[in-house]
Design a protein around this ligand. Structure first.
Ligand code: F6P
Length: 542
């Protein structure tokens, strides 16, 4: 298909449909259809989705599903699950689904069944995690490990830190877990503050094992540990690596016996359920880790087999696309009503924006319509007291995903009902708003009425689950992974490369020696960059 062909009959029909229905209000849609709340729901892998408060009707959904069909979504799903190299710009398969395939399943990649490989690494991770958890893995001086520091960035950090925070309830509280990502020395300094090197394990997590930030932090970690332990042999007891590159791991000086492998068919932002999750497995244990994988897998199976009209990732992906391409939304807010999910929006930012922040099609032609929206968010109810004002009364359309749980992991009097009342209240307020008549009837003076009116018609998805368990977290992450794939498929972009991060990296490599040079370097950038470098050098010298 060419770009023009990606504008299919359903796409054209959706454009007209959007024009015809743009002014329709959710109030009217609900008034006209008492069964709406029952019909626009989906269930999968322990998650319940209410999508009735979206600006859709049966025709919208039918056209969106037609669009998915015309875009070849069914074939693309099958291609992904079969290990085809759908990441065409890197000539790689996209097989994160194999990371959570159960024992006995079979997924072939280049003639090799990768499922036994995955389980082999999981077993090694479990054995190692167990030794840290039962304190039988001793540091160089014979003291057991008490502190675990994951050093990684992007997908080698955001997944582990998000899952650690999300499942903190299930973690060994006598172990300390910290995560270092930023090349800013502050990140490392604060992470090791107060820790004894003799009791500290570093997990150097990097798919490539060449990432500047991670390697810089890893070198600082080694210097910090060896300054105290004073013996190169200590590295073997205090450093392990997670990577796809044994060559780079041993070049760095970590014995590959202490390396946990993953594969180039796992994208960085799709890797939290690979060995990249080693710190998580130590934190909450192999059983919970496997339960999380089972949750991922349950959502994978739903995505692979459910008809599109009941398929939760398909529905969520299509709704996001509806707002992005037909109703002019530029961002989507993800608002988890659970403090444990505080890093979930940050995790989703890489997943969604590194995947679908693309402007050329698979054929290298410019896309003809907007692609990946900006994802952002904060846990409720905190966000309500900062940015929700703009969502309720601002000029922008911001679809929101609200995520809540029936049972708290920390029940405490009225807290949870109060929390959840806000989920339902926000979705209600955003959808139905408050009319001038309602505001007036409350005795509001005329001049104040416009300020107190809520236009409403702001769409939300509400995702509910019983409790934030490892399995539910896995299902939730897989839900977003697959909805990103649905959108990427319809936009005909490659959701699995990230060339857009390269230019800045290359320019930084050029500028580093210019900053470090003891003599004034000859600069050949643009005039602004030259002046900034000169000013920085002068300010630093003062
Ligand atoms: O710079 C972007 C990126 O390549 C991400 O895609 C990736 O998750 C991150 O850097 C870290 O890469 P690595 O795991 O190879 O250190």
């Amino acid at each position: 298909m060419t770009t023009a062909e990606s504008i299919t009959p359903a796409w054209k029909a959706l454009e007209s449909h959007a024009d015809e229905t743009r002014s329709r209000h959710l109030r009217d849609l609900f008034a006209a259809d008492p069964a709406r709340a029952d019909r626009y729901t989906a269930n999968a892998a322990g998650l319940f989705l209410d999508y009735s408060k979206n600006r859709i009707d049966d025709q919208t959904m039918a056209l969106l599903i037609q669009l998915a069909g015309e875009s070849g979504l069914r074939e693309r799903i099958d291609l992904m699950f079969s290990g085809a190299p759908i990441n065409i710009t890197e000539n790689r398969a996209v097989l994160h689904v194999a990371l959570r395939a159960p024992t006995g399943a079979s997924i072939m990649h280049n003639g090799v069944d990768v499922v036994p490989l995955v389980h082999g690494v999981l077993d090694r991770m479990a054995a190692f995690a167990q030794k840290i958890r039962d304190r039988s893995w001793k540091g160089h001086t014979g003291k057991p490990i008490k502190n675990v520091i994951n050093i990684g960035i992007g997908g080698s950090d955001l997944g582990p830190v998000m899952a650690y925070e999300a499942l903190r309830h299930y973690t060994d509280r006598d172990l300390v877990f910290r995560f270092v990502s930023n090349v800013d020395g502050t990140d490392f300094a604060e992470a090791v503050h107060g820790l004894d090197p003799a009791e500290t394990l570093f997990i150097i997590s990097s798919k490539t094992f060449t990432t500047l930030e991670t390697m810089t932090n890893a070198r600082s970690a080694r210097a910090w540990a060896l300054a105290a332990l004073k013996d190169e042999k200590a590295v073997a007891r205090h450093f392990v690596a997670v990577s796809t590159s044994a060559k780079e791991v041993s070049a760095f000086g970590i014995d590959t016996a202490n390396m946990f492998e993953f594969w180039d068919w796992v994208g960085g932002r799709y890797s939290m359920d690979s060995a990249i999750g080693l710190s998580n497995m130590i934190a909450f244990g192999p059983d919970h880790f496997r339960a999380m994988l089972a949750g991922f897998h349950a959502m994978d199976e739903h995505f692979r087999t459910a008809p599109f009209a009941q398929n939760m990732p398909v529905i969520m992906g299509l709704l996001g696309l509806w707002y992005t391409d037909f109703l002019g939304a530029e961002t989507i807010a993800v608002l988890p009503y659970d403090q444990y999910l505080k890093r979930f929006p940050a995790y989703l930012q890489q997943l969604t924006m590194e995947s679908n922040g693309k402007s050329v099609t698979l054929e290298g032609k410019p896309v003809s319509h907007p692609t990946g929206p900006v994802y952002w968010g904060e846990p409720g109810t905190n966000g309500q007291h900062s940015f929700y004002q703009l969502i309720h009364q601002g000029t922008r359309l911001i679809p929101c995903d609200l995520i809540g749980f029936a049972r708290s992991l920390n029940p405490n009097g009225r807290h949870h009902d109060i929390l959840m009342s806000n989920v339902f209240a926000q979705a209600e307020a955003l959808a139905f708003g408050k009319t001038p008549e309602q505001v007036k009837s409350e005795g509001t003076p005329d001049w104040l009425v416009p300020h107190r009116v809520f236009e409403g018609n702001r769409p939300t998805n509400v995702i509910l689950a019983d409790q934030l368990t490892p399995a539910v977290l896995g299902a939730l992450v897989a839900l977003y992974e697959h909805s990103v794939f649905v959108q990427g498929t319809i936009w005909r972009i490659n959701s699995f490369d990230q060339w857009g991060v390269e230019l800045g990296k290359a320019l930084a490599q050029r500028i580093i020696p210019e900053l470090e040079s003891p003599t004034e370097p000859a600069l050949a950038h643009d005039s602004s960059t030259n002046a900034l470098i000169k000013r920085y050098r002068a300010m630093r010298a003062r």
